[in-house]
Each structure stands twice: as C-alpha cells, then as structure tokens.
Design a protein around this ligand. Structure first.
Ligand SMILES: Cc1cc2nc3c(=O)[nH]c(=O)nc-3n(C[C@H](O)[C@H](O)[C@H](O)COP(=O)(O)O)c2cc1C
Ligand SMILES: [Mn+2]
Length: 465
C-alpha cells in the first residue's frame, strides 16, 4: 500500500489512538470546524480530527470527509517519519535531514491506477462550492484552500511543491498569495512569456508529503524527489486532466484541484488570518482559473489551521532540518536548531553550539539569516542548553548575556512579508543574541546535585509508606 493519508490515519489509530478524534455530527466549514479546534486548543488538546459529515459551500452535505490538525503536535510528525513518538525533538528534524538527502525519483502511473482519478469533475462540474472549503477566522475575506500547490518549472520542468493559500472567490475563480520564493519565481518566468502557469492544489496526502513541500533546498532540486526521500518510497504521479504530462500530480492524493495562474491579472485577495496570529491585508494577487477537480471515492479533504501549531510545525520541522545542514557547513560544533512554536510563529530560532573558538556562536547566528527569511531573533546557546527547553533558553539569556556586548542588531534585511511590526513590507531588522558563555575567561559552574546521589535516591523509597 503506497504511503498516503489513509495509511497514516491507520498508523495513528494503531500507535497513538488517543491522538485521533472522529466527529460524526454534521458541521459547517464556516467557523464551526475552527471553533472546535480553538476550544480544544484552549484545553491544550491537539488531536488529529476527522470530520465525517461536512457541508459544502451550498450548505448541503458535501460527501467529503475533512481531516485537520495533522501536524498540531511534533509527536505526529515523528510518527510521519516512522519514529517512535518519544523522538519528537531534534531526532525528528535529523531524520528529516537524513531522508531529504536521499532523493528518490517518482514513478508515473496511468489514470486507471491513480486513486485521485476515481471521480473526475471537469468543465462546469468543476465547482469549488461543492467542496467543504473552510473559513477559518472572523475577518477572513472568504473560504480558503490552505494546502500544497505543485507546479513544473516553465523552463525545465523541475517540480516545486509548497503550501499556498488560495481564496475561493467563485465556483472556478481563485487568487493565490505567493511571497517571492520558488513558485513565485516560476510564475514570474511564465508571465514574462505571457503564459499561464499550470498548477495543482493537492489536498490530503501522507504527512511526509507536506514535510517535503516545506524544504528549503535550491530551486533546481526536484521536490517530488525530496518527497520521495521523506516517504522512503517513490512518490506515485499521474498526468493531470487539464495539462496531461505537462503537469504530473500525486496519484495517491485525496483531492486534486487543477488550475492555471493567469499572467498579468490581479484581483483582490485577503484579508486572511495568518501564521503570525494577525490578519494579513487585502492585496492585488494573481488570479487562478480552476479547470478540474479530481478525487478518490469517500474522499478526505485536508485543512490546515493557519496561525496555530498545525501551520508552524509542518514548516518548522522542515526548516530546522535544512538549517541544521546549512549551519553544519559553517560551525562543525552545531548541536541543535529549534524553531519554537510557543506563540513565536517561527520568528524566533534557537541554535545550540559547542563553541570551540571565540566568535563561532555569532557566526552560527549569522548563518541562519540567508536560509530562512522570516526568522528575526536568533538566540545562540551553549551545548549544555537544550534548545527544545525554553526554560533553559531563557535562563541562558538571563545569566550569560550582557546586552552591550552580546546583542547584535542588523537593520534593513529581507524579512517576512507578513511581520506586522515592519514598516516597509518585507524589510526588517535581525537580532542575534549570543547567549553562550564567554570563552576568554573562566565562567561560573552550573549548580547540580551529585549524579551519584541522584542515582542512589529513588523517590518511592522516601515518599511512599
Ligand atoms: C500551512 C501553510 C500555509 C502557507 N501559505 C503560504 C502562502 O499562502 N503563500 C506563501 O508564499 N507561502 C506560504 N507558506 C510558506 C511556504 O509554503 C514556504 O515558505 C515554502 O517553503 C516555500 O517553498 P518554495 O520556496 O519551494 O516555493 C505557507 C506555509 C504553510 C505551512
Ligand atoms: Mn522549492
């Protein structure tokens, strides 16, 4: 059985049954699903949710199930990479690094072997209102698709996969938001030739598919091969309905929405509740004309709740892994990289290093910058501090930092386009806090109860009568 969303749901059922909730009561995709997620989050609960009965945008039963919160905890990401859930910290990112370094070429199967072609809607039938497209937050302009967009490079056919929200403005009318990364680059080159860019929005696949889409590798890396590496098996592809072999789509996806980004057309898109926890503004964004919708029988539509852990983790783990590889080239003593999700929406990055030479910590901080543009504040800690333990990171800042020497501010860098504190869009300051011990003088010892005593003393011998 190829690794797909159903395969992963089975795995969760077997290995983490407490982490999957099935909801049978009928729900409306407008605010009802996100209200349930918010209420669970308020109780510190982030199980994967599978809604069995969801209405479409006509208010009728859609026939699509809906899955969400697939990435809301790191334990689920560990499971996605076949690790035991206890290995949710750096081991998960390291496994990502290992797998993404082993590119596995995809295989192409014909339509008859492709589950995503079990039902095909083209022409007038390809109506987005028949899908359970979710409206997430109060001021969101309209419902949004929040999943992965795949496209072939217009010049050489190399595939890119990346998450991109798409607003549903009409039955076949959408707009896409692209910050200036790879998909945007593909589109700009197609537009220069006055050509549309064929795309497919992929809704519902194995979580390793999503983790692969968030890699930060050179643009000429075929991301279908990266996804193969993460799945540890070739990704199965099949020709799209609209573009045939010019756009191959994942055969084992639940739902595929095909379309093309039109050149030189812009329409309003937004506002949208963003990963920052704020609404992003309404903008003039490229227009997508929807051409076909294909799906499996008893399909599972996939949603990702933006501005909550579900969004931060899928990108965070991929970015940590890629950053670790980049930093290792500069600082061999790199120990760990963590993009925390405790409300810092990946604007913060913790790096731990075994510093062997003065200044290496600063270099580690600097090396993060070109590889992940949204990171603003980098905190570099020693190897005795666990970057996954925020209490230790804060203690390190409190006790190892002198602000006049250890804080470096670099103005006017490329930053996240959605950072609400920046005054020029996409431009911002970076801050590196070197929270490592100074190397040129002795430093106080950390307190510790002797290990021998800790090993000897068993609490039950003292506290239980
Ligand atoms: C759930 C989710 C939604 C995202 N939505 C967008 C989006 O609408 N526009 C965008 O430019 N980036 C978005 N991103 C970030 C990109 O997917 C991410 O930067 C990706 O690595 C870009 O890949 P690329 O460089 O291959 O294009 C989103 C990420 C996640 C996890
Ligand atoms: Mn890419």
């Amino acid at each position: 059985m190829p690794k797909d969303l159903r395969y992963f749901l089975e795995k969760i059922k077997q290995e983490m049954p407490e982490d999957l909730l099935t909801i049978r009561r009928e729900v409306d995709p407008k605010f009802e699903i996100t209200a349930i997620q918010q209420k669970l989050e308020d109780e510190n609960r982030w199980p994967m949710l599978l809604f069995e009965n969801v209405k479409n945008l006509y208010g009728q039963p859609s026939g699509f199930r809906l899955a969400t919160n697939m990435f809301a905890t790191r334990q689920k990401a560990a499971l996605a990479l076949d690790l035991p859930k206890e290995k949710w910290q750096m081991e998960t990112s390291m496994e990502y690094t290992r797998r993404s370094g082993q590119l596995i070429k995809p295989v192409v199967v014909d339509k008859a072997q492709a589950p995503c072609k079990e039902v095909i809607w083209t022409g007038e039938q390809a109506d987005m209102y028949k899908l359970p497209v979710v409206t997430h937050h109060e001021m969101d302009g309209l419902p949004y698709l929040p999943d992965v967009v795949v496209a072939a490079d217009p010049d050489n056919g190399v595939y890119n996969a990346s998450h991109h929200r798409m607003i549903i403005a009409g039955k076949q009318d959408s707009r896409i938001w692209m910050s200036p990364r790879h998909l945007w680059n593909y589109f700009m080159r197609a537009q220069e030739k006055d050509q549309p860019l064929p795309i497919a929005h992929v809704l519902g696949h194995h979580p390793a598919f999503y983790l692969g889409a968030e890699c930060i590798l050179p643009m000429q890396t075929n991301e279908y091969e990266v996804i193969g590496g993460l799945l540890q098996e070739p990704l199965r592809l099949t020709p799209s309905e609209t573009f045939g072999d010019r756009l191959l789509v994942p055969a084992d996806a639940e739902v595929i929405v095909e379309g093309e980004i039109l050149p030189n057309q812009r329409e309003p898109e937004g506002p949208f509740g963003e990963f920052t926890g704020y609404y992003g503004p309404q903008r003039w964004s490229p227009v997508v004309r929807i051409t076909a919708i294909t799906f499996r029988k008893n399909p599972i539509y996939m949603n990702i709740l933006c501005g909550h852990p579900d969004t931060w983790l899928v990108g965070g783990i991929a970015k940590e892994a890629c950053l670790y590889e980049e930093l290792k080239r500069v600082i061999p003593g790199i120990k760990g990289v963590h993009l925390p999700t405790t409300g810092t929406c990946r604007f913060h990055c913790y790096v731990s290093v075994k510093q062997r030479f003065n200044g290496e910590a600063k270099m580690a901080g600097l090396a993060v910058l070109p590889h992940h543009d949204i990171v603003k504040h980098i905190i570099v800690v020693d190897e005795d501090i666990d970057p996954f333990n925020e209490k230790e990171v804060l203690w390190s800042i409190a006790t190892r930092v002198q602000a006049d020497k250890d804080v470096t501010i670099i103005p006017n860098c490329r930053g996240g386009l959605l950072d609400p504190s920046s005054t020029v869009e996409g431009i911002g300051a970076k801050m590196i806090i070197d929270a490592t011990r100074p190397m040129d003088r002795p430093f106080e010892e950390k307190i510790a109860v002797p290990k021998e005593a800790l090993d000897r003393v068993q609490l039950k011998d003292y506290l239980e009568v």
